[in-house]
Design a protein around this ligand. Structure first.
Ligand code: SAM
Length: 227
């Protein structure tokens, strides 16, 4: 279903969240499950993210630190394993599906010892610890939040950042308006609407990039660095 605004696409907020929770409880805790059957694009995704993130990291004025990252809507920890643990000293994960977090504990292997917290919580209710994170990574999950919840979550994320910290949103974008997916109970917003919510949250887009080399039949994917 295509709508101009989120409020037109989602009629019943409680059902929107509970349907999504039920959907993810039935998904196998695998990379393929995390990517809706597109497990094969995981490496392209991670390599693109690494290149995107590395320009902000390092020593020197204004550079983002590498002490602690938060993986939001982390699932089994696909991003934590290959992007965040190799770059950050410690990582926290948050996801609404307990089974995925349980799986992460074995999937992450030896390096998973550097995970400090596994939070089982919906992002609409989650409050990052103030001043804890250098990077808050939010990928393929914003479509599960209503506009208002996403805006407020981004505001709480900003409070969760360390000095020179960064919020990164990487997600599908629609060509126009808001597209509701009735199967997993999520929405896909056009880029202008995402930017608008970022701006309403009081954040600035530092850099924005389209992920290259993804299959033509899937949505375009954009990565936004926010502060
Ligand atoms: C498409 S998967 C992406 C997983 C991971 N970000 C990745 O790219 O591999 C979406 C994830 O979001 C989680 N999720 C769905 N709704 C959520 C919510 N309201 N709050 C937190 N996590 C949610 C699901 O349990 C699932 O792990």
């Amino acid at each position: 279903m295509l709508a101009a605004r989120m409020v037109d696409a989602v009629e019943d907020e409680t059902a929107f969240y509970s349907k999504a929770e039920r959907y993810w409880q039935e998904v196998p805790p695998t990379v393929d499950g995390m990517l809706g059957g597109y497990g094969s694009i995981s490496s392209i995704d991670i390599n693109g993210s690494k290149k995107f993130l590395q320009r902000f990291l390092g020593d020197g004025k204004g550079k983002t630190g590498t002490s602690c990252a938060l993986d939001c809507g982390a699932g089994i920890g696909r991003i934590t394993k290959r992007l965040l643990l190799p770059l950050f000293r410690t990582v926290d994960l948050v996801d609404v599906t307990q089974e995925f977090l349980d799986k992460a504990k074995t999937y992450l292997g030896e390096e998973g010892k550097r995970v400090e917290n596994y939070f089982c919580c919906g992002l609409q209710d989650f409050e990052p610890e103030p001043g804890r994170y250098d990077v808050i990574w939010i990928q393929w999950v914003i479509g599960h939040l209503t506009d208002d919840h996403l805006m407020r979550f981004l505001q709480r994320c900003q409070k969760g950042l360390r000095p020179d910290g960064l919020i990164v949103v990487k997600d599908n974008v629609a060509y126009e308006g808001v597209v509701l997916d009735e199967v997993d109970s999520s929405v896909c917003r056009e880029l202008a609407l995402v930017r608008d919510l970022v701006c309403k949250a009081g954040l600035r887009v530092l850099h924005e990039e389209r992920q290259e080399n993804f299959p033509d039949e899937i949505y375009q994917v954009y990565t936004l660095a926010l502060r």
